[in-house]
Design a protein around this ligand. Structure first.
Ligand code: MN
Length: 190
């Protein structure tokens, strides 16, 4: 099997960062998703879906939206180990992704196949639809690759009873894991 965590490992020094090295957890029965708020050089959200034994990952600069008429840019990043879904803390200065990480939302998801394809195949094709069962996020979403470069995807809310044009992710300021704010997580490690 191809080690899809190679990039993840290459970028980090596990003697310095508190992030997990991974490889301990076997896949969950119901695949999980996590959205981590990450105050690095620029504040962004990292969206991850458990697919093929790893967390497939996208950086979403503006965070998710519940407005089906808005599209949010999602830039693919390296696969992360499943353990990363519970990672909340501060990546030290000088390390890759230095800054505070919050588990902003976490839960399970159901892939919605368009034609019987697996989630792995859907990601490869560049079009995956899914239903989220989180604490903050619910209902249908899709991640769609646009253009030829392959570096640009869009995160879109599907029209359903959970769509909401008035909702703003920045107003949901507490961790789904610990109830802490970004500042509380930061201060806990100082
Ligand atoms: Mn990040």
């Amino acid at each position: 099997m191809v080690n899809t965590l190679e990039k993840y490992h290459r970028k980090r020094h596990f003697t310095k960062t508190s992030e997990p090295e991974g490889g301990e957890i076997t896949p969950y029965k119901s695949p999980i998703f996590v959205l981590q708020k990450h105050r690095a050089t620029r504040l962004h959200y990292d969206f991850r879906l458990e697919i093929g034994g790893v967390l497939k990952s996208w950086a979403v600069p503006k965070g998710p939206t519940l407005d089906p008429f808005e599209k949010r840019l999602a830039v693919p990043t390296e696969d992360h180990p499943i353990e990363y879904a519970d990672y909340e803390g501060v990546i030290p200065e000088g390390e890759y992704g230095a800054g505070t990480v919050m588990v902003w939302d976490k839960g399970t998801f159901e892939h919605i196949p368009e034609g019987g394809e697996t989630p792995e195949k859907a990601v490869e094709i560049g079009h995956i639809a899914f239903r989220l069962n989180g604490k903050k996020l619910h209902g249908g979403f899709a991640l769609i690759r646009t253009g030829k470069g392959g570096e640009r995807w869009l995160l879109i809310k599907m029209k359903d009873e959970f769509a909401n044009q008035m909702w703003d992710p920045d107003k949901e300021s507490r961790s789904a894991l610990s109830g802490r704010t970004m500042d509380e997580i930061t201060n806990a490690e100082e």
